[in-house]
Structures are given as C-alpha cells and as structure tokens.
Write a protein that binds this ligand. Structure first.
Ligand code: NAP
Length: 315
C-alpha cells in the first residue's frame, strides 16, 4: 500500500479560539513499536478537541505544538510498527490516538495497537468512529465503575449528547430503567434511544423527577453534579466525567462518587463494536461534516448543544 510523504491535518500552532485551527500540509507520521498507521475514513468531534485547542487541558495533558487534534477515528491500517502481530495492513479498524501525540483529524493517524479494534461487518466507519471517546465514556462509568444492573434506575445527564445518547442505549441493554435530562427539543430523541422518561433540565427539577436512583451518570459537572447527590438512593453511585468544575460541597456519606477514568483498550472497543454490529447500539451520528469544514464541526460541539455525534468524513 503506497503511503504519501505528506497529508492534510487540522493542527494548532498556538492555543486559542476557532481561528487557531489550521489545515496544514504535514508529514505522514510513522508507526513506532506497538503502533499502527491508519488511513482515516471518519473521525469524531468531541468536547476534548476544542478544550485541547483552547489550551484548557494544558495542565492535564502534555500538548506539544504544532499539534494535530482529534482523539478517535475509523479507517484502514496501512502500516504496522515493530512487534504488532495481531493487526494487519488492509484491516478496517476503529481506535483512539495517544492524547499526548498527534491526533486523528488528519488523513493519517498513528494509533497504539492496544487502543485499536477491528470493525465487524455491517458497521459503517462513521458509526465505528462515533464509539471511540463517547462510547468508552458511556461504557466505563456505567458498566465498570457503577456496575449498573438489570432492574436498577439510572439518571443520565445530557442524554441527547455524544456520551449520553450511547449511555441511554447501553443502560437500556443492561436492563435498567433509564431517565435522561435534555432540553424540550431533544425529548423525542432520548425516548427513541430508550429512555423511559426525558426530563427537561430547563423547566423541571431532575431531583424530583428522578428520585431514588441507583446510578447517576454526570456529564455536566458544576451545580448539576452537586444536585445529583440528592437524586441517589442510599448506596447509590454517582459516576462523573470531567466536565464543568465541581464546587466543593459536603458529600453524602451514604453514596459513592467515582471520577471515571476513560482509557481505551481493545477489549472495551470490541464490546462496543459488537453491540453496534448486533443492533444493541444504533448510530447516534446526527451530523456529518466534510473534513475540509472541520471548524464548522468544532463550532457546533463548542455550542454545548450538539445532538448525538458529529463526524468528520474523509474521502
Ligand atoms: N475523560 C472524561 O472525563 C470525559 C470523556 C468524555 C466526555 N467528557 C465531558 O463530558 C461532557 C459531555 O460530553 P459529550 O461528548 O456528551 O458532549 P456533547 O455531545 O457536546 O453534549 C451536548 C449535549 O449536552 C446537553 N446539555 C447541555 N447542557 C445541559 C444541561 N444543563 N443538562 C442536560 N443536558 C445538557 C445538550 O442538550 P440540549 O441541546 O438539549 O441543551 C446537548 O445535547 C463534556 O464536558 C466532555 O468534555 C469527559
């Protein structure tokens, strides 16, 4: 498979607003030991992308400039690094880049082989790409951290968002009763995905509407996080992603609060892709944006009101 010397990549040379995103011609990276080089077919936009672009995550993730953004993608392996024997050139895969290295909003991306899984038949590249950051961010808190079980009640904040839309479906598959917060405009979307009740966060008190929950998935932080303590029954679990800063507040002693750590592994990605192939998870891709128009996609994500997943499509 012939690999060009250069590629297109959305990079930042300095941190800042949408204007710092540049479509550069950059060298195609080479896979090192334990890595694969993927020709990207689709990549998703996640809030972490514009948080990295703006410099918000400088203290948390090492970001050397210039830097190609983007965390996840789906595509075809075009080269494998030393020691990679379980993946091969020509395989279609989905996976995540190392957050400290160049990302996936480019024609080619290097991914650690351990963070890559083959895409099963019947799953489109854009659907596979949409399961990366968001799928793991739904799966790890619900399945591994909270151990959500059949018959339990779960409240999912931002049910219409990238993480929430997948979380509703996973929770439903696990047999839980699913309640979700969203705006009035997204009620039908959340119900179609499997929520038994969609709570309008602008006009309803979710603590009153979703009492005695076994689990809350907090994708919002801030005051929503604090109020979520009261939606839990004794022994309940509040699984939180890094979102808005959480004000310090006395916690209840009879609930467990987990800051979920989102780490890609092949096993986790395989599970998500298998659910996509078997119809447990339907694609929540609501917006497809050609690669050349990536800044438009970043703007939609940064509005805080994207519905489902936004995908960059590459020729
Ligand atoms: N490693 C981690 O810890 C990790 C991983 C993944 C994500 N995150 C964080 O988790 C957050 C969510 O990620 P995402 O990908 O799901 O974002 P997203 O797709 O951009 O979420 C957008 C959704 O949030 C909803 N929303 C906004 N304010 C809300 C509120 N007060 N209550 C309920 N829903 C609200 C919007 O609904 P309406 O349009 O209906 O208002 C919209 O559907 C982000 O801050 C992200 O950075 C952290």
């Amino acid at each position: 498979m012939s690999i060009p010397a250069t590629m297109r990549a959305w990079r930042v040379h300095e941190f800042g607003g949408p204007e710092v995103l540049r479509l550069d011609t950059a060298p195609v990276p080479s896979p090192g030991p334990g890595e694969v080089l993927v020709k990207v077919a689709a990549a998703s936009i996640n809030p972490i992308d514009w948080k990295m672009r703006s410099g918000h995550l400088r203290g948390i993730v090492q970001i050397a400039l210039p830097r190609a953004l983007g965390r996840d993608c789906a595509g075809t392996i075009v080269a494998v690094g030393e020691g990679v024997s379980d993946l091969a050139v020509g395989q279609t895969v989905a996976g995540l880049a190392d957050p400290t290295r160049h990302g996936t909003h480019a024609d080619y991306a290097v991914l650690p082989a351990a963070q890559v899984a083959p895409i099963p038949a019947g799953v489109a590249p854009e659907a596979a790409a949409s399961l990366g950051v968001s799928g793991l961010s739904a799966y790890i808190p619900l399945v591994e951290d909270a151990r959500l079980a059949a018959g339990q009640r779960v409240l999912i904040h931002a049910g219409a968002g990238g993480v929430g839309g997948l979380a509703i479906q996973i929770a439903r598959h696990l047999g839980a009763e699913v309640l979700a917060t969203c705006s009035a405009a997204n009620r039908a979307f959340c119900i179609e995905l499997g929520a038994t009740r969609a709570i309008d966060y602008a006009t309803e008190d979710f603590v009153a509407a979703a009492p005695d929950c076994d689990v809350v998935l907090d994708t919002i932080g801030g005051e929503t996080h604090v109020r979520s303590h009261r939606a839990l029954k004794p022994g309940g679990v509040l699984a939180a992603l890094s979102a808005a800063p959480i004000p310090s507040t006395p916690s209840r002693e009879d609930i467990r609060i987990v800051a979920s750590r989102i780490q890609a592994t092949r096993v986790r990605l395989e599970q998500l892709l298998e659910w996509a192939a078997s119809g447990v998870i339907r694609s929540t891709v609501e917006s497809r944006v050609p690669f050349e128009r990536a800044p438009d996609a970043y703007r939609v994500s940064e509005s805080g009101h994207a519905r489902g997943k936004i995908i960059l499509t590459l020729a």
